[in-house]
Design a protein around this ligand. Structure first.
Ligand SMILES: Nc1ncnc2c1ncn2[C@@H]1O[C@H](COP(=O)(O)OP(=O)(O)OP(=O)(O)O)[C@@H](O)[C@H]1O
Ligand SMILES: [Mg+2]
Length: 251
């Protein structure tokens, strides 16, 4: 058995006096494509921040690649695309190339120069997301869906083993959401990346994910897509704390 990429044991977290996560136990197995779902305010982004070591749990232990999260040596093993990342306005003074290169600064430091290998990595990451021809465009001139691809390239440039994406498809049209999932699928299947994806588009996600976790302060569900899609509306409304319409896509 390979070690899990992420493991959380009995994690609780509160902001000031607001309990947001309670007694969370879960693992992201190596090679998983995990979908993290749940209602607004359910604690998904907070959970991600704990995994990234940006917040410290009140209780419990988090291990990333079998190391305590606060002792993690190589941060480049994790690529991250944050919630609402794709919002550069027209005229934002940076090229696509520059935005992607910022994904390497953790590795080489802010004030060092990029060498030839770094340049190759940047262009390779852009090629992977099908955006190579936009390398020297202004980021603000790209559409939301294109910008989102650039952020994925930025998260790929340091060749991470785990990629965490927090609601990357918000504001993206249906066709581009499909293409986006195809890209994730390819990273997962062809490059053996482990993926943790926070999303509300459960219909599309269940076609690609290997594991689904539903979070609303506690973990309400952890299973495979078949188990998730066979949940009844009343199960789901219990998890979400309100009535939901099940969205599914038939082929
Ligand atoms: N910095 C903060 N200070 C205080 N409370 C916060 C802070 N960040 C989040 N919260 C609260 O913690 C709860 C969980 O927020 P979180 O952002 O983790 O939810 P989420 O599941 O990511 O929601 P969404 O689907 O809307 O992105 C919410 O009630 C939110 O108001
Ligand atoms: Mg969130």
């Amino acid at each position: 058995m390979t070690k899990p990429v992420v493991s959380m044991e009995n994690i609780s977290y509160s902001y000031e006096n607001k309990d947001v996560l309670h007694a969370i136990n879960f693992e992201v197995p190596q090679g998983a494509f995990m979908g993290l779902v749940g209602p607004n305010g359910g604690g998904k982004t907070t959970l991600i921040k704990l995994i990234l070591g940006l917040l410290k749990p009140d209780q419990g232990a988090i291990h990333i690649f079998d190391e305590p999260v606060d002792k993690m040596k190589d941060r480049n093993k994790i690529g991250f695309v944050s919630q609402k990342a794709n919002s550069f306005n027209k005229g934002f003074p940076a090229t696509v190339y520059e935005v992607v290169s910022s994904g390497l600064t953790a590795k080489i430091g802010y004030f060092k120069f990029f060498n030839k290998t770094h340049k190759e990595k940047i262009l390779q990451a852009l090629d992977q997301v099908g955006m190579l021809e936009y390398a020297y465009e202004n980021i603000g001139n790209l559409s939301g869906g294109q910008q989102q691809r650039i952020f994925i390239a930025r998260s790929l440039v340091s060749d991470p083993e785990l990629i965490i994406l927090d609601e990357p498809t918000v504001g993206i049209d249906y066709e581009n959401v499909k293409r986006f999932y195809e890209l994730l699928h390819q990273l997962h299947r062809e490059q053996n990346k482990t993926l943790l994806l926070v999303t509300h588009d459960t219909g599309t996600m269940t076609e690609y994910a290997t594991d689904i976790v539903c979070l609303n302060k506690t973990l309400h569900f952890h299973g495979n897509p078949e188990e998730y899609t066979s949940l009844t509306e009343s199960d789901l409304s219990k998890f979400y704390g309100h009535t939901v319409n099940i969205v599914s896509h038939h082929h």
